[in-house]
Design a protein around this ligand. Structure first.
Ligand code: WTA
Length: 659
């Protein structure tokens, strides 16, 4: 370790003793919200408080006269008689206010390309593409799939849907074409918008070709729109496929934003749950936009005229929907949009972007921060990061050491850190510090945002825990909450509102409450794994593994991992007569890459002659987690065949020998 690195290490170790970080007086004096009374004001009447935010921050065609309709829980409705359009709120109103020349996105391509897209340009493109969608027969309420990399057209496609009331269904570019097909099928999408090819670290993947291999016989999907992003040759089917640029050129320039009912669905986003079938989370126009606009402005203390915002997520996850597209645009902010990976063309690219564009607020995942720690503080040290004034974290618990490194090395000790807890289902940030008010503790997302009530309750009784561990719940409806699971109302009630009743939302995370009432989110309680902030269901990965011809059975667990938070560990039983080999491990990993996506590939495969099962045949994952992480085994008396564990232990010992 170099002397400098050694010094930093000692400094961070010493700082672990510091319990609380107060916002500096300098920061606090300039912040938008500085008075803690905001919490009491919101708590006194959350519905009135949210309604006031909805009216203050959004432009309504018809202002709502109603707040929350809770007559049919858990199917809550917000601002029901209001009408508004999300794309109008993100674009037209800013252009009308004379801000058309403001940059919406400083886009940066992998190979160093730069493209600044202004609000006026984004509005023009969105209107044209909205008309192009209409020309393809898309109507209000139709589902439109979007499978695009991080290019400005992804925002255009989403906003064009919103403009005409089509419901977008974005699939993260890291998912395989087979996953895209499944999501198009479940949602009965009429149109899919994709690209010829997508770049990743200097290589180009033939996306359209991969899509074609999967989508051929999907009857509901009538049209495929192809953005020419890389010039990759791609097959086009006459009558079904059109190029984005040609469709836009043929379309009319003006397309007025249509006022939508507040409860009109804005999008569906599939996420992983306890079973292999992804859940189609449904978000609506008025409530969602209220949630993301309010939180983006106040959690990040945003000054749209001067800030340069960068959310380093992918648009295909909820973080990208809420904090790359809808929140920042609705607030009229200027963002950086980065196409690529953190280590291409070099490991300092993030910091080069911060320096080049004068980024003032950076929002990133702990997994990225841990990677930067591994690469060394010298790399960010080569760049001027003095423009930064606030840092955010999202997606998984951040360990105190990574928090302190982020604070010291990236934030120069002067930037508050907002550790924001939320989910695809919540639409917007729920638990977070307010940077001008809250004293932060490294590793804690602190307390609920004003107007949100979260608590930790006892697993069995459901009684709130005064101090200690339990299940995280949200106690009251909030505007940006999911409304249902697409076409699966019953599953919606069953998943979130059966354990503690219809008035309390079950999050699916375990958490701890400390003596100050601060919340510490520990992790999922269901069979969901969080790999680098990517949400995956163990059942989904298992069904991909057993699709491999040599596999008889598989059980997947999330194992804690110093880099990715959790990593996929698979216990695999091979079909009779098949011998375990290294090629087979690669074959299994490839199967998962094809069926789900590369990010879901197991990091570790453990061969198992048999899996630990109860007498009724249920796999006991708890025991698999214990054994994979080298912990003492819990109770094994309910196992059908206790000898299975001894055999697995031998197998794991052998794995150690090979290393
Ligand atoms: C986890 C991502 C600890 C949590 C926005 C949650 C977090 C799941 C945090 C949702 C955080 C998210 N601290 N854990 N600050 N943020 N999580 O739907 O387990 O992709 O339930 O939404 O990520 O993941 P999702």
């Amino acid at each position: 370790m170099s002397e400098v690195a050694d010094g930093l290490e000692r400094k961070l170790e010493g700082m672990l003793e510091i319990e609380k970080f107060e916002p500096s007086a300098e920061y606090r004096d300039g912040a938008l919200w500085t008075d803690p009374a905001i919490y009491e004001e919101a708590a006194a009447d959350p519905v009135a408080w949210w309604t006031a935010r909805a009216k203050e921050l959004l432009d309504w065609d018809v202002e709502p006269t109603t707040g929350l309709d809770d007559s049919n829980p858990p199917f809550y409705r917000w601002f029901e008689d209001g009408r508004l359009n999300a794309s109008h709120n993100c674009l037209d109103r800013h252009v009308a206010a004379g801000l058309g020349d403001r940059v919406a996105y400083h886009w940066r391509g992998e190979e160093g390309e730069r493209r600044d897209v202004t609000y006026a340009e984004l509005l023009d493109s969105t209107q044209r593409f909205a008309n192009a969608l209409k020309d393809l027969g898309v109507k209000k309420g139709d589902v439109v799939g979007i499978y695009l990399p991080m290019i400005p057209e992804v925002a255009v496609a989403m906003l064009a849907c919103a403009r005409i009331g089509a419901i977008h269904n974005v699939v993260f570019g890291g998912f395989s074409a087979e996953s895209v097909r499944e999501r198009m099928e479940f949602s009965e999408a009429k149109v899919l918008i994709t690209v010829d090819g997508a770049r990743r670290k200097g290589r180009t993947a033939p996306i359209k070709q991969q899509v074609d291999e999967q989508m051929g016989d999907l009857g509901s999907l009538g049209k495929i729109v192809v953005v020419r992003a890389t010039g990759t040759a791609c097959p086009m089917t006459e009558g079904r496929d059109v190029f984005y640029d040609e469709a836009c050129a043929a379309a009319a320039a003006e397309c007025p934003a249509e006022p939508m009912e507040a409860e009109h669905p804005l999008f569906i986003l599939y996420t992983s749950g306890s079973t292999a079938k992804p859940k189609g989370i449904v978000h609506t126009t008025g409530g969602y936009l209220t949630g993301v606009t309010t939180t983006h402005r106040h959690v990040f203390d945003l000054r749209p005229e001067e800030d340069v915002w960068w959310c380093a997520a992918d648009v295909g996850w909820v973080t990208g929907h809420s904090y790359i597209v809808y929140g920042p645009l609705s607030n009229g902010a200027t963002s950086v949009m980065w196409e690529g990976a953190p280590d291409h063309p070099h490991q300092g690219i993030w910091w080069e972007l911060v320096q080049d564009h004068g980024v003032t607020i950076l929002y990133a995942a702990p997994t990225a921060i841990r990677t930067f720690i591994k690469w060394g503080a010298e790399i960010p040290g080569r760049y001027d990061l003095s423009s930064l004034r606030l840092l955010g974290s999202v997606g998984e618990p951040i360990n105190p050491k990574a928090w302190l490194w982020y604070h010291q090395v990236i934030g120069g000790g002067r930037c508050p850190i907002v550790d924001t807890w939320w989910q695809t289902e919540t639409g917007a940030i729920m638990i977070t510090p307010l940077p001008g008010i809250t004293a932060t503790k490294p590793g804690s997302a602190t307390t609920p945002f004003p107007g949100v009530s979260a608590d930790v309750v006892d697993e069995r009784s459901g009684e709130p825990v005064a101090e200690g561990q339990g299940l995280l719940v949200l106690e009251k409806p909030w505007p940006s909450m999911l409304r249902t699971l697409y076409k699966e109302d019953e599953r919606f009630v069953e998943t979130y509102f059966s354990r503690f009743g219809k008035e309390r939302y079950l999050v699916g995370d375990a958490a701890r409450k400390d003596g100050d009432g601060y919340l510490w989110v520990i992790g999922r309680i269901d069979d969901v794994v969080n790999v680098s902030g990517h949400r995956l269901s163990t059942a989904e990965v298992e069904s991909a593994i057993v699709a491999h011809e040599s596999v008889a059975e598989a059980a997947v667990i999330g194992q804690s991992d110093p880099d990715t938070g959790q990593a996929i560990c698979a216990f695999v039983t091979l079909a009779g007569g098949v011998e375990p080999t290294e090629e087979l491990v690669e074959g299994i990993r490839a199967e998962v890459a094809t069926r789900i996506g590369k990010f879901a590939r197991p990091k570790r495969v453990i061969w198992a002659d048999d899996l630990p099962k109860t007498r009724s045949g249920k796999i006991m994952r708890r025991l698999l987690r214990d054994i994979a992480e080298g912990r003492a085994l819990g109770d094994v008396t309910t196992l059908r065949d206790p000898g299975v564990m001894a055999e697995l232990e031998r197998q794991i010992a052998a794995e150690g020998d090979e290393d």
